[in-house]
Write a protein that binds this ligand. Sequence first.
Ligand code: UDP
Ligand code: MN
Length: 607
Amino acid sequence: MPSYLPNVLRPANPSIVIECARTHKQVLCDHLFRESSNGQKEYVDKHGVHIIVGQYMGNGFPWNPQPNLTKDVLNENHYSPMKTFGENGSPVYVPSKDRSKAKELFFVNRFNLMASDMISVNRSLPDPRKAACRMKRYNLDLLPDTSIIVVFHNEAWSTLLRTVHSVLNRSPSQLLREIILVDDASDRLFLAKDLEEYVDNLSKSSNIPINIIRSKKRIGLIRARILGAEKALGKVLTFLDAHCETTIGWLEPLLQRISIDHKIVVCPVIDIINDQTFAYSRSFDSHWGAINWELNFRWFSVGHRELKRMRLRNYDQTSTYPSPIMAGGLFSIWKKYFFDMGTYDSHLEIWGGENIEMSLRIWQCGGRVEIAPCSHVAHLFRSSSPYNFGNKQVGDVLYANLIRVAEVWLDQWKFFFYKLNPVAASIRKENGTEILSNIEQRIKLRETLKCKTFGWFLENVWPENFFPFKDRRFVQIQSMHNHECLQRPSNGPNPTGKVITTKCALDIYGPQGFVIPVVNKPGFIMTDESVCLDVNSADEHSPVLLIACSEFDRQKWTIHPKTNFIVHQKSKLCLTLGKRGSSLLLIKCRPDHNRQRWNIRDNQWSP
Ligand code: UDP
Ligand code: MN
């Protein structure tokens, strides 16, 4: 993959995919995503940059027939590196004679295990840093030391140890207090004694303590991280997933930032390891993490506000910038601050939502979440989860976690979350008592830490949000011509393109939900996933499309209650329903033109 292309979303809640999986409507669901050549989902964002979307398909996704993996296959360590394979982050292609075996092995960890096993645990990676970052000098004596904490459950040998070796090879040893591997009840044989012996030797030869902590019971990644943190001796905790590869100079910018500000979570830029070829590619710059209406994690371009701040700093490309939400797996935090802030919600199960919980908690309770652009760590993104979620589906676990996050941190916005996520609402109704057990502790923590509201977070940390916040309205937009409602093209992560009109839903229905400015004030007409009504040109007859919100004036509209017009501010032309059904255009406003008249129906989302 060329280096300017990719950015990755943390595989997050694929509610639509889960819906598809539940209803087995494969054909209906396939159109939602365009498959790229490497099998990952992608779309093009507002800068013309490809966004690759991690989507978890869940276990046993209907059109992902899983081979019956025998115990022998699962327990075999296939690591057998070939000279030069994957060096400098280059892709590895499995020889055609081995393809069917590779396909079978893919299901062990949901990545190309055979390719990974052909690459040395010591492989090299290119230096992805900008010149300004490379020139930066750090006084290591002034930086705190850190414990590197890697939690894993049935990780492959090659990816786990490549994570460890990359840390040893590319971090100043005086900053490494230790490496802690937390084994979350793995049952692969090679992760038992073999791993212990290997790690002991590695620890001796590198002079860095490397310890394995074992949990006998499966505790999930959240409690596994807490376990690692409790045992850590370093001043700072640095968490990594078990399939990461750090790049040169990754650690210093994290520790430098944290040495100045103690109330902070600092994340590296997350580069990409391809799940098929293990090719390394650099992520693009100036993106931050946020959430959509379903509390799925998303990457968006940083807003104008931040760009302006960057300009004020003379585009100092080495300085960190804020991120409303963090991706989750990779970050540094002072150990004391981690515990002072209540670690994690330990009742979050197995996987998911913990990144949102932590980000909201840190921001709302007086801290900051930032990205250090000079620090790059590659992460292996995959499109389905390999884990056993007990008797539950990945979606159920994730929803249960998100429900806890919403109940503790979202105030009245939790009702918005439930309204937009009927699946979450019904899970809350059915299993609320169990899901919300011991939640009082977290609510109390919020009080003790004197945390601010989610509204404060939206207003101050993420004013670029597309929630129906403050003086915005949350509405359905109904044509007075055909009486249908505007609807965004799909509920997937890429609802850009043509707006359709369709029968108005009686209750709140996400795809028909729009956030608009109050009457007579120009503003944006937004919907979920940060897309806005936009025009490519201000000429009459230009099509009106949904395009990623850019804060540009050409996305500004004014709602006129008397005439029922929606006027494009720049062109003074009217939003008009096209002749052939559903397309939208800009046409000169005419008082008698029914295709230009819109009935704005307010959605009531709070009780
Ligand atoms: N993990 C764990 N226990 C679990 C599930 C995950 O220790 O029950 C570990 C996993 O091995 C990985 C980290 O948690 O190191 C994050 O999980 P994963 O990489 O699957 O999440 P993603 O990066 O896809 O969000
Ligand atoms: Mn991961």
